[in-house]
Design a protein around this ligand. Structure first.
Ligand code: PEP
Length: 247
């Protein structure tokens, strides 16, 4: 992919007043040559829809239900997200896998639900520190990716965004090294080449403690299409500098 994609994941942060200030600092300021999106908590999607309308920054959510509609108290469907002009939804973030027990197949079904609603799922995959230190990073990635292929056909797989997010790098300040990231991005590309006709059309991102000073090195890796940014997306200056690094 020619254009990089930089996505902010606000996680469970924000309030109406603070969000507005952040939108005002961000909207219209990211480089035109980079695709940008912000994934907000559900209650702020309407605010985000208003603030981002007419701007190049796209809206996204952080989770969705695997179901379409019905007696699923507390769930939010893909169609509901589409109603608020969401273009993206994160699925299978490691926090959801670890804290909310989302397994590989549930993540795949959520990706399917997102696609059915016309959203691009940003599917997070990545190994824990224990798994990396045991030399099992690629096995874990393979298990997570193979689950997607059990639920989605090749045409659907080609509409995913894949975010490699090693669990040990998320929110820790310890980003993976460019060499570690490139090795896994290339592994993901290899997997895609076996499952998708036009695998280069699938965007593959890295996420995990990306800050402005590390962003350029990570984004310029041969198999990188951009980044998923957590903490730094809550600080306008940092997020904009990261977007600049992708330009
Ligand atoms: C994330 O939560 O997706 C993430 C990458 O977080 P951080 O940038 O804070 O490590």
């Amino acid at each position: 992919m020619e254009r990089k994609l930089v996505v902010g994941n606000w996680k469970m942060n924000g309030d109406l007043v603070g969000n507005q200030a952040l939108f005002e600092q961000l909207v219209g300021r990211s480089p035109g040559s980079v695709d940008t999106a912000l994934c907000l908590p559900f209650p702020y999607l309407a605010q985000g829809q208003r603030a981002l309308s007419g701007s190049a920054t796209m809206l996204g959510a952080q989770n969705l239900s695997e179901f379409d509609a019905g007696a699923y108290t507390g769930e939010v469907s893909g169609a509901m997200l589409a109603d608020f002009d969401c273009r993206f939804v994160i699925v299978g973030h490691s926090e959801r896998r670890a804290l909310f027990h989302e397994d590989d197949l549930l993540v795949a079904r959520k990706a399917r639900a997102a696609l059915a609603a016309g959203l691009a799922p940003i599917v997070c995959v990545g190994e824990s520190l224990v798994e990396r230190e045991a030399g099992r990073a690629e096995d874990v990635l393979l298990r997570q990716l193979d689950a997607l292929a059990r639920v989605l056909d090749g045409a659907s797989l080609s509409r995913l965004v894949i975010a490699y997010e090693p669990v040990w790098a998320i929110g820790t300040g310890r980003a993976a090294s460019p060499e570690q990231v490139q090795a896994i991005l290339s592994f993901v590309r290899g997997w895609l080449a076996r499952h998708v006709v036009d695998s280069r059309a699938v965007r593959v991102l890295y996420g995990g403690s990306v800050k402005a000073d590390r962003a350029a090195a990570l984004f310029s890796l041969p198999d990188s299409d951009g980044g998923l940014i957590g903490g730094a997306s809550l600080i306008a200056k940092q997020f904009l500098e990261i977007c600049e690094a992708a330009a």
